[in-house]
Design a protein around this ligand. Sequence first.
Ligand SMILES: Nc1nc2c(ncn2[C@@H]2O[C@H](COP(=O)(O)OP(=O)(O)OP(=O)(O)O)[C@@H](O)[C@H]2O)c(=O)[nH]1
Ligand SMILES: [Zn+2]
Length: 190
Amino acid sequence: MEETVDLARIEKAVREILIAVGEDPDRDGLQQTPARVARAYAELFAGLRVDPGQVLSTTFEANHEELVLVRDIDVTSLCEHHLLPFRGSAHIGYIPGPDGRITGLSKLARLVEVFARRPQVQERLTSQIADLLMSRLAPRGVVVVLECEHMCMAMRGIQKSGAKTITSAVRGTFQRDAKSRAEAMSLIIR
Ligand SMILES: Nc1nc2c(ncn2[C@@H]2O[C@H](COP(=O)(O)OP(=O)(O)OP(=O)(O)O)[C@@H](O)[C@H]2O)c(=O)[nH]1
Ligand SMILES: [Zn+2]
């Protein structure tokens, strides 16, 4: 895992892109742009340098063997095909396992951030969240639903703004038991 982002290299590349599209990278408004874009990319791809497992290192005991659901978590990521944003909401639910371990609610949102700040496809982002929760919390089940609009479909190409892509990843009891899956989905899908 690279420890730091090579800012100088991004700067050089962005300057090249500006020239390639017919701009003058030395004109007043663009002089600082390569450096700004480099810093922006360092931020937008910061998740590549974070171990997502660490996010779930704090867990608590609780006598709650029923659904915990955090919905409407803001999610913004960059599609790995065009490096354009896709954004929307993540809904994450789980049923704690027999040993009753739960995690802090904010950690679910932190987990979304770590995986979203990488070049992504929405399907993988969805399943990475579900799989990490399964492996770290050993819950009875996990359900993750993402609803996002992709700028690569809105700003360019087919140019259909407003289209929402919904992806889900269900694990454990939600996969086996249609009733508990339907219950979770009824709370998620409005
Ligand atoms: N499955 C999936 N596809 C995505 C995601 N983000 C972007 N895409 C799609 O990736 C595909 C890339 O297709 P290509 O034909 O290689 O690229 P393109 O010529 O730019 O495609 P168009 O967008 O159709 O113009 C497009 O259909 C995008 O809509 C994602 O998160 N998941
Ligand atoms: Zn795309």
